[in-house]
Design a protein around this ligand. Sequence first.
Ligand code: ZN
Length: 139
Amino acid sequence: MNQSSMQAAVWYAARDIRVEQVPVPTISDPHEVKVKVAACGICGSDLHEYAAGPIFIPVGKPHPISGEQAPIIMGHEFAGEVVEVGDKVTRVKVGDRVAIEPILSPNKDGAYQMERYNLTPLLVFTAYPAVAVASRRSP
Ligand SMILES: [Zn+2]
């Protein structure tokens, strides 16, 4: 393995997760942060996606918030070290240790302000498309 690729668990369908070699993400947006994962848990959501998905994983068309769809790299409960930041990132810097809030949710109709952002029907977790891997945006 070289530094331009890495192994990842990629969800294709229920009971179909494959460990594959995928490109290492690159920053393509000035608001993005690249994190080298130090630890990643298996969430109950991951187990449900494996056993009976798709539940939150978009299949057949991109999710309206994340723009992503299956196949998707699993593992949204993670922490690590910031290794690269976009030009517009101001709240974290290279070398910071971070834990990720994995929920992407719309900030409209008051749901986010009411701290119930996890109840939106548009809920999606951070994930990477297996083909066009991209870093996630910073908050
Ligand atoms: Zn989770």
